[in-house]
Design a protein around this ligand. Structure first.
Ligand code: FAD
Length: 390
């Protein structure tokens, strides 16, 4: 400790090892307070409410602020502290890895592209868990082909007026804000005619309808925008820069956040390994092979974290991380299916509920953030420069 800052320990020049040491001590002292109150998977309501409580505690003790710039309520220090924080919480099963999907995916884009007064106002509320944000990109016929989206934004005086429909908007029914991609130029302009807006979810004209996934979780929604007025100052970047904002968000969504998810996977793989029969060679093979997949992801993710901390967020490279997470995620929960036969499929116990939902969610790993086919296409064309099939 170099001295105090805002009443908390000062890590501005600390190493990640020192930060980790202090954090782990703090977590150990508060295990009971940080532990989820539910033993099963938890509903979306329960997960988000627990996550908000943990974020508030972390923010008020400074840990949620380290690694973020002072201009948006952070305390500075290495951005790697954010990865350490996520790792130490998820590897103990204290918060769901989804907790970091919003802060680490949407936070950096708002800092980079929002008006600085707006960013200073909203980012601290998001970090403290006082508000949840969501990402309004996908539409009924615009997922992989995002550039063909049809939601429009027309200028009217000092406002933009949004009209259209989004699909698969995670946590929209709990969100206070949404980053919405909308077309400010005609359809013939493709991705060049798209702008990004930071929209208040309580604006008149927004309709949100939750959808239940095959895991029985109401994570995402259909989100409708019917003549929704958005002040011009809420545009992220300039007019027509929405694609740039989207690429920034996708680069975060496909790469840096998987460090936390890998820790969450290791936590579960540890539980699975403890339940496995040492004489069951198939179980040992599945667990060993899943461990190798998670280790490959962690090795890749470590270099991604170092690159991003050095200010080098890469677009196409993040597709490699995205392919690796999909493989590792499915390998871990496939191992669970074998080690807990019949339990995952039919049992009503809290552990069955947790593994059933995690297994089902792992199927989505080849879809969310861009499908594995699209990621392989990006790797082939933009990293390996392979010729296109005529
Ligand atoms: C759990 C989860 C959470 C999500 N959260 C959000 C969110 O918060 N906000 C948001 O905006 N979206 C979200 N999504 C949506 C997600 O981004 C899209 O589902 C994804 O981009 C794929 O789009 P699509 O579903 O329209 O499938 P499509 O694009 O219709 O693809 C269907 C199939 O065709 C294949 N395909 C399509 N084009 C090609 C091609 N050119 N080459 C090869 N194969 C191709 C795909 O790989 C896929 O297998 C979420 C999805 C999931 C599963």
């Amino acid at each position: 400790m170099v001295g105090g800052i805002d009443g908390v320990q000062d890590f501005r020049s600390a190493s990640t090892a020192d930060f980790r040491g202090a954090l782990v001590g703090w977590i150990d002292d508060r295990r009971t307070e940080l532990k989820p109150p539910y033993r099963d998977h938890g509903t979306t309501d329960e997960i988000l409410s627990h996550q908000r409580g943990v974020q508030r505690l972390l923010f008020d003790h400074g840990f949620m602020r380290w690694g973020w710039p002072a201009e948006v309520g952070g305390l500075g220090g290495s951005p790697l502290f954010r990865a350490v924080l996520g790792e130490e919480l998820t590897s103990r099963g204290l918060v769901h890895s989804a907790a970091f999907s919003m802060t680490e995916v949407l936070g950096p884009a708002v800092i980079a592209y929002a008006d600085s007064t707006l960013a200073a106002q909203v980012v601290p509320s998001m970090l403290r868990g006082d508000e949840t944000w969501c990402q309004g990109f996908s539409e009924p016929e615009a997922g992989s082909d995002l550039g063909s989206l049809r939601t429009t934004a027309l200028r009217d005086g000092t406002d933009w007026v949004l009209q259209g429909q989004k699909l698969w908007t995670s946590w929209a029914h709990h969100a206070a804000r949404c980053i919405v991609l909308a077309r400010t130029e005609g359809p013939e302009t493709g991705s060049r005619g798209i702008s990004a807006f930071f929209v208040d979810m309580d604006s008149p004209g927004i309709g949100v309808h939750p959808l239940e996934t095959m895991a029985g979780v109401d994570e995402f929604c259909e989100t409708f925008f019917d003549e929704v007025r958005v002040p011009a100052g809420r545009m992220l970047g300039g007019q027509g820069q929405g694609w740039q904002v989207a690429q920034h968000i996708l680069a975060c969504e496909r790469g840096p956040i998987f460090w936390q998810r890998a820790s969450w996977l290791l936590y579960h793989l540890g539980e699975i390994a403890e339940s496995a029969d040492p004489a069951d060679s198939e179980a040992q093979h599945l667990i060993g092979s899943a461990f190798a997949d998670v280790s490959a992801l962690r090795a890749r993710s470590r270099s991604t974290q170092l690159q991003v901390a050095a200010g080098d967020l890469r677009g196409a490279e993040s597709s490699v991380d995205k392919i690796l997470i999909a493989t590792a995620d499915q390998a871990v929960f496939n191992a669970a299916l074998h080690v807990l036969p019949g339990v995952v499929e039919f049992d009503d116990s809290p552990i069955a509920d947790r593994y059933r939902k995690e297994w089902a969610y792992s199927r989505a790993a080849t879809i969310y953030g861009g499908t594995s086919e699209i990621q392989r296409d990006i790797v082939a064309s933009r990293l390996l420069h392979l010729p296109k099939v005529p």
